[in-house]
Design a protein around this ligand. Structure first.
Ligand code: SAM
Length: 334
């Protein structure tokens, strides 16, 4: 590697999110349509060796952090061994995981041994009935046990991601915020984005993080946390409630666009490199890979993808939604 990998807007690209499956054991109603989505066939999904090869080349070009996601990554057989094998990639400094947490209790110790120390858990309600409703069948107690287990084992940071949805969990904002007082978790509110087929039915439920922050601040005054200490937090703006054990983060892709600092690429389960979460612009790596292309060819394709990174996403947060992105979140991995 000769230096940082920069895109045409001088952003350093050092972060790759890898979706290992499009399958999920939940059916969150804003993420997947009720009838489910047509799933990829076995041969359409990248094999672990194929992902490893892409990762190795991407790391040699400047990627230093990988996040494993899905679908639900823990439903793919062999995923922990795969992660353990990735951790040996020379130049890779960080592997983290995003999960819905339902299988975490059983996997936590093995993940920790496979060098995953940082974990994000998606959790949209603290009420068991509402959780089952939004996930179409999920069991809140399994997720809470998973969170307890990763804390017991020593994962850090533990980030809990909530998609704020008007009329669904806006009455739980303070309950989530309170969690950060007692527990050393980073509670992160994420703005709902209109992407994928299921999201179209929920567009009127967008809730701005400006409002979420005001609601919390009205009861628990928020202190900004020094952002230099939080290089690993990406686009989240971090606060804490005075004397809280944990923190509160706001990820606001619509109300406070952070594209100027975007450092990421996304590899989909079917082997496409996506240059922006909110764009359908992608580069196929699987085809060339299976046509026996060389490492240099793959590196050229990665460069080609980076050259396509737009300066901004073009979803708007007001009445004038100027574009909808039709790629489904469950195939990208968030
Ligand atoms: N199964 C894993 C999980 O639950 O974290 C990884 C995949 S899931 C698609 C990743 C994240 O995307 C979840 O936190 C989910 O809430 C979020 N998500 C899905 N659809 C979204 C949307 N339309 N807007 C914002 N976040 C969304």
């Amino acid at each position: 590697m000769t230096g940082p990998m920069l895109d045409r807007y001088n952003r350093e690209i050092n972060y790759l999110r890898v979706s290992v499956t499009d399958r999920c054991n939940l059916r969150c109603n804003y993420c997947m349509p009720k009838e489910g989505l047509s799933l990829l066939g076995h041969d359409d999904i990248l094999k672990y060796e194929e992902i490893s090869r892409i990762v190795r080349i991407a790391v040699s070009m400047g990627i230093s952090k990988i996040r494993i996601t899905g679908g639900e990554p823990l439903v793919r057989r062999g995923v922990v061994d795969f992660i353990a094998s990735l951790s040996a990639t020379v130049g890779l400094s960080d592997i983290s995981l995003t999960t819905n947490g339902t299988l975490l209790e059983a996997f936590a110790a093995k993940l920790f041994a496979a060098w995953v120390k940082r974990i994000n858990i998606s959790l949209d309600s603290l009420n068991a009935e509402k959780y089952t409703l939004i996930t179409r069948g999920g069991d809140l107690s399994a997720v809470l046990s998973g969170i307890d287990e990763v804390r017991r084992i020593g994962f850090s940071p533990i980030k809990i991601n909530i998609v704020a949805i008007k009329g669904f969990n806006d009455n739980e904002i303070l309950d989530f915020a309170k969690l950060s007082i007692d527990k050393p978790y980073q509670i992160r509110f994420i703005e709902f984005m209109e992407l994928g087929h299921a999201a179209l039915d929920h567009s009127s439920q967008y809730l701005s993080n400006t409002l979420v922050r005001e609601i919390i601040n009205g009861i628990y005054p928020l202190e900004p946390v020094n952002s230099k200490r939080h290089k690993g937090d990406g686009p989240a703006k971090i606060y804490r409630i005075a004397d809280g054990a944990g923190e509160i983060g706001f990820i606001s892709p619509l109300s406070h666009q952070f594209c100027h600092s975007c450092n990421r690429l996304r590899l989909t389960a079917d082997g496409h490199l996506l240059v922006c979460l909110l764009s359908d612009n992608e580069v196929d790596l699987k085809g060339p890979l299976r046509d026996c292309c060389s490492d240099a060819d793959l590196a050229d394709l990665i460069k080609k993808a980076i050259a396509k990174k737009p300066i901004n996403h073009d979803l708007a947060c007001d009445e004038g939604h100027i574009k909808k992105c039709m790629k489904d979140m469950s195939s990208i991995g968030g």
